[in-house]
Design a protein around this ligand. Structure first.
Ligand code: GDP
Ligand code: CA
Length: 310
């Protein structure tokens, strides 16, 4: 069975680890958000691609959900003591990857090729693709002004209420090589329990990816990032409340109009199951908190078994 999965960083990476326990990792293609990418200290950083790579390589920090395990912070400490830009957290091991990627991009390699090389040396069998090789950037219009994604998310700790999410560069952006092929060849398309607005949104803003999903001939199963109306981490619930008018599973389903057939929701959100059905999406109720390998795997099984495949 071939699976294509649209994903952001932390929630998506956790889920992917479960998915590759259930299906052959080599039959999985992760299509990853690049709207959070940034240049900092002269380096090209792709936070969501890295969360996915680190998780699949088994070298990610499980507690934080991003960055590498056994990390140290000497380089960033030096940057700070020298008065450099130190608001974006880059660990020493992590920095090594950014150096390699930045250099390869400078030499003209597309991000997808650089990512493939990194995945290969990290022993990752799953195909990891940026949604696009072109530069796309997420911007937030908030009650306190407009901010680039990382300025809002990291520097301002996503405290400013968001009125609108905008994507720069997505209109013209083409899907990276392999993205549409993976979606067409898949027996099942998954949407990870990632933030619908700032993780999945920038992927779907690439027109040809959205079209491919709209015209899918195979089922699309999304997993809700909310548990009991709350995000496990990050601003998803606050954004749903403000941008979608509520924090129930129905509001999550409404983030993907015409794009999903099934929504996997948590037992705590079971009361909304009928309303999800009425919205034309089949709810699957299960435990969705991924706290260890067993819970990651059982959530992946619930999503993968949600539809009977031919
Ligand atoms: P980011 O790009 O690093 O911000 O990560 P994502 O967008 O991929 O994931 C963030 C989302 O993951 C948040 O909205 C969380 O609620 C969700 N998330 C994290 N851990 C879990 C979990 O164990 N279960 C579920 N259902 N969602 C989770
Ligand atoms: Ca992200």
């Amino acid at each position: 069975m071939k699976v294509a999965i649209l994903t952001g960083g932390v929630g998506g990476a956790r889920f992917l680890r479960g998915v590759v326990e259930v299906v052959d990792p080599a039959a999985v293609t992760a299509i990853v958000n690049v709207g959070d990418d940034l240049e900092v200290l002269g380096l090209s950083v792709s936070p969501d691609l890295d969360s996915v790579l680190y998780a699949l390589a088994g070298i990610g920090d499980e507690e934080r959900g991003w960055g590498r395990a056994d990390e140290t912070w000497n380089a960033l400490g030096t940057v700070e003591s020298l008065g450099g830009e130190s608001w974006f957290r880059l660990g020493d091991r992590d920095l090594g990857l950014h150096l390699v990627r930045t250099n390869a991009l400078k030499e003209g390699a597309p991000l997808s090729a650089v990512t493939a090389r990194l995945a290969a040396v990290l022993g990752v069998e799953t195909t990891v693709l940026p949604a696009t090789d072109e530069q796309v950037r997420t911007w937030l219009d908030t009650t306190n002004g407009s901010f680039s994604f990382q300025e809002w998310f990291v520097a301002r700790r996503h405290r400013d209420p968001v009125d609108r999410v905008r994507f720069e560069g997505t209109r013209e952006a083409r899907p990276a090589p392999g993205v549409l092929e993976a979606m067409h060849e898949a027996d099942l398309i998954l949407i990870a329990p990632s933030n619908p607005f700032v993780s999945i949104g920038p992927i779907l803003a690439v027109e040809r990816i959205r079209f491919a999903l709209e015209r899918r001939r195979v089922p699309c199963v999304a997993v809700s990032p909310l548990i009991g109306g709350r995000a496990v981490k990050g601003p998803a619930a606050a954004m749903l409340q403000r941008l979608q008018g509520g924090i129930s599973a129905v509001h999550v389903a409404q983030c993907y109009p015409g794009l999903i057939d099934v929504l996997v929701i948590d037992q705590e959100d079971e009361a909304a199951a009928d309303a999800v059905s009425s919205a034309g999406v089949r709810p699957v109720v299960t435990q969705t908190l991924m706290r260890d390998a067993a819970s990651r795997k059982s959530l992946a099984e619930a999503a993968l078994n949600a539809v009977a495949l031919a």
